[in-house]
Design a protein around this ligand. Sequence first.
Ligand code: FE2
Ligand code: FE2
Length: 377
Amino acid sequence: MADTTTNYDDLIGRSELDDLEAILSVTNSERDEVLHAVQSNYQTIFTWDYSKGSRPKLDKLYEKAKRSQWNAQTDMPWDVEVDQEKLVVNNALAQGGFNAGMDVTGTPFEKWTDKEWVQLGIEMQNWTLSQFMHGEQGALVCTAKIVESVPWIDAKYYAATQVMDEARHVEVFSRYLDDKLSGHYPISAHLELLLDDIIRDSRWDMTYLGMQIMVEGLALAAFGFMHQMTTEPLLKKLLRYVMSDEARHVAFGVLSLQEYYRGLSAAELKERQEFTFEAAVRMRDRFLQQEVWERMGIKPKEVLPLVLQSPERPVFQAMLFSKIVPNVKKLGLLDTSDGWLRQKFTELGVIGFENWTDTGEEYQSLSIDQESTGAAA
Ligand SMILES: [Fe+2]
Ligand SMILES: [Fe+2]
């Protein structure tokens, strides 16, 4: 069993998992670039084996995707009026007030009035939805790469439907930000580094692992959480529709990689474990929302130790991994290499989710298709 004093340098570029200073040094809040180019190097694969349905589970997913398309312009109630300020206030009231359970004495929050707390809530929402939008564009680009690089015809067909789904997701989040919220944030540097790694890798399965399993697994959990919490009807419906698609996307990753990983060597699987862990840490780091604190005129370092102490924090953070862990387990990545990743997920505090339902099984229950017809698709 690995010891808990692991040196993380080689994996995540810092020696301690929770080194706040190192996490905050990864930043891009000053940038104003419009385009971001990544050099990737992978083989584009043609296949002359056109036998549709030779992978029945992927074929079923493809047929389902064709039936589940929706239209971002016409299926959403865009005329709903959104009062961001009121939503923030109501949300805070439901949780017992703006700084419930926090001792703010001697912190920058000490002088804050309701006005600043409301602004913080608004900024956090703008930040969160902006990151969703950027992540969706990551998915759009990664899935187009999968169409090119995956060798199986059933997977190319399915991935093509996902490209369309992701275009729709970028579209809805972008429109929601523009029409209903009050400002954009650039992509979090942690998320950007992760997307760059995923798209740059020459091995097709790494794109799946990074995007379908990790980024989309986290997104599915985060959308589910927000869908449950929000009282805003447009956002609620939008998230419900996006989740229906996302569940299929994660299932696509699970079903494809399950087959592929059966044929990999122990050394190859170890590389996949390390990639998984690195992605998990990057995704966790971005939820410090450092850009929000900067925009509020506060040094993140001064407030994060306090924010991280809030009782809901570990629950929220762990919840983000509730889909990832069972899916990674299903792929056999937890226990290979003497349980290397099991140990790492234990250190991250998320191993408790290992026996939750995996998305390869669960996706049908999240389908809007099923809801509207009342039938198990
Ligand atoms: Fe998406
Ligand atoms: Fe997706």
